[in-house]
Design a protein around this ligand. Structure first.
Ligand code: SF4
Ligand code: SF4
Length: 114
């Protein structure tokens, strides 16, 4: 997670985080612990806790908007990697928690996304 993400976590507690079941560790090459997921239909699963409202990923530790961490950071799904600090989805999630938008800096100065 980038510096912004470590004090945020809003996207991990706002959206349904779903992805192809083949990303779970029950499939060859899969990484996401299957026990932390729940099937949502025949080929897709979601991170537990994000399949309901209010959403909160089971792997998210800490308090949104203060200090957070992902318990499976190196094993997280492609959907987790898609949201970039400062993009539309990011700022949508942040708005839901009354956190101000992140304004992206020029590419060479941008932080590594979470
Ligand atoms: S991508 Fe955006 S919403 Fe998600 S944790 Fe990082 S700063 Fe927060
Ligand atoms: S697995 Fe980690 S990065 Fe993905 S939604 Fe959950 S806490 Fe966020």
């Amino acid at each position: 997670m980038s510096h912004d993400c470590q004090s945020c976590g809003a996207c991990c507690a706002h959206f349904r985080v779903s992805f192809y079941w083949g990303e779970t560790d029950t499939a060859p090459g899969g990484t996401v612990p299957a026990k932390l997921t729940i099937p949502i239909h025949s080929t897709y699963v979601a991170m537990r806790g994000t399949d309901r409202h209010p959403s909160h990923c089971i792997a998210l530790a800490g308090k949104v908007g203060e200090q957070v961490s992902c318990g499976i950071y190196t094993q997280r799904s492609s959907s987790c990697k898609e949201v970039m600090a400062g993009d539309e989805q990011c700022n949508k999630a942040r708005r839901a928690y009354n956190l101000g938008p992140i304004i992206n800096q020029p590419q060479e100065e941008a932080e590594i996304p979470c």
